[in-house]
Design a protein around this ligand. Structure first.
Ligand code: GLV
Ligand code: MN
Ligand code: MN
Length: 404
């Protein structure tokens, strides 16, 4: 039985990965053709496992199994990927949830509590600036500002939702929120801690908070050969200086902060032109709200500087650090022990939909080891045996929560 389930999961991972192929690049952004293909497959798998397929108004996909009581146990993850991403981030949590809920239903029949598998949209923020759009909507925190965000082609989030065929109505509130009892998300670890320690699964205790946004620095565009160094207003040099300052600031905190400038755009991006402007993304993470506040102040201070550059700032919607549910964690520990799985209680330096849900409902996460600690890369890989262990833990947890 178990081998069949694992083979199903591995095959589903391969098929879902195919939907994100864009030539040599892999990217499944939400509300795109790639997303539509993925949704078709997920719907098909949900139906095959006798789950009832339902969408909410923003395009989160649910596979429902009605229980004897109204209370709902929710499980799943996000279906989008980062640009040039891998096969497991997000996808694994949805596929394992479909397999676990489907096989428990087949084995045990109607659950006591209803079970819903969710495939959230746009968690990564790889199309629109603020990530976790599906889960933000789900917890009633999709603000008008976020809805006005535009992708790289100038398409507004509201337009993208409608173009993909979702009504976008009732956007501020998810109807069943009050009925959800708890959420459990299985995910790859995305770091190398489990691989190093040799522990088989991770049980998440807390999730990092994020400060994300974009800084645009405008200087004076000019000729690279005729403009003496002391007469330039070169935004590339200014950006480099700021990046270095922020890295030094973060390094002084040791492991408490990460600081990344992963996307830099230079305009007009020509070797013999001193750039007119530079845009840089920032991604700053910490479990301390005070440290995130300090980072925000440092960034805002740019606009106070009288140095001849013009600074424009854009901040994504806030992502506060989150604590996982303690009772759920205890149950996961007991369940892992009963399955003879070694485990590590650990913090998550990656953001997850679980972070949004934890604001409203009891939430927990299971981590599966990532080979080489690599993620957000086409090289992302988790071994079938490791996936199988995480899967069995998810299944046993769901059985305990929803079927007994
Ligand atoms: C989401 O994957 C993030 O941590 O950026
Ligand atoms: Mn993820
Ligand atoms: Mn990710």
């Amino acid at each position: 039985m178990y081998n069949g389930e694992l083979a199903w999961i591995e095959n589903a991972l391969d098929c879902l990965y195919e939907t994100g192929k864009m030539g040599n690049l892999h990217w499944r952004a939400t509300y795109t053709e790639e997303d539509q293909k993925a949704l078709k497959l997920l719907e098909q798998w949900m139906r095959e496992k006798d789950l009832e397929v339902v969408y909410d108004d923003i395009g989160n996909l649910f596979g429902k199994i009605e229980g004897e009581q109204d209370r709902i146990v929710l499980t799943g993850s996000h279906r989008d990927t980062v640009k040039n991403g891998g096969k497991y981030d997000g996808a694994l949590g949805i596929i394992c949830a479909i397999a676990a809920a489907g096989s428990l239903y087949a084995e045990l029949g109607k659950p006591k509590r209803s079970v819903e598998v969710v495939a959230f949209g746009e968690e990564e923020g790889s199309r629109f600036l603020s990530g976790y759009l599906g889960s933000r909507y789900f917890v009633g925190q999709l603000s008008d500002d976020i809805l006005q965000e535009q992708d790289a082609n100038g398409i507004k989030l509201t337009e993208a939702i409608r173009q993909a065929g979702f009504s976008g109505k009732g956007m501020q509130k998810s109807p069943q929120m009050q009925d959800i009892e708890r959420f459990i998300e299985l995910h790859i670890e995305q770091g190398g801690v489990l691989e190093q320690s040799g522990e088989q699964v991770g049980l998440v205790t807390s999730i990092v908070g994020l400060l994300i946004g974009k800084i645009t620095i405008e200087g004076h565009q000019n000729h690279a050969g005729t403009t003496p160094m002391h007469l330039r207003k070169d935004p590339v040099t200014r950006a480099a200086q700021f990046i270095t300052e922020m890295n030094q600031w973060a390094m002084a905190y040791g492991e408490a902060v990460t600081c990344t400038f992963g996307e830099i755009q230079v305009f007009p991006n020509k070797s013999n032109v001193i750039a007119g402007s530079v845009s840089l993304s920032f991604d700053i993470r910490s479990t301390s709200p005070a440290v995130l506040q300090e980072a925000q102040t440092r960034i805002k201070n740019l606009q106070q500087q009288e140095d001849g550059f013009r600074y424009t700032l854009e901040f994504a919607a806030p992502d506060a650090p989150a604590q996982m549910d303690e009772d759920g964690l205890k149950l996961l520990e007991e369940t892992a022990k009963s399955l003879h799985l070694s485990y590590r209680k650990m913090h998550s330096g990656a953001g997850h939909d679980a972070e949004m849900l934890a604001q409203k409902i009891k939430t927990n996460m299971i981590f599966v080891p990532s080979v080489g600690g690599i993620s957000h890369s086409p090289l992302e890989y988790s071994k079938p045996d490791d996936i199988g262990r995480g899967y069995l833990l998810l299944k046993a947890f769901l059985r305990e929560i929803a079927w007994s």
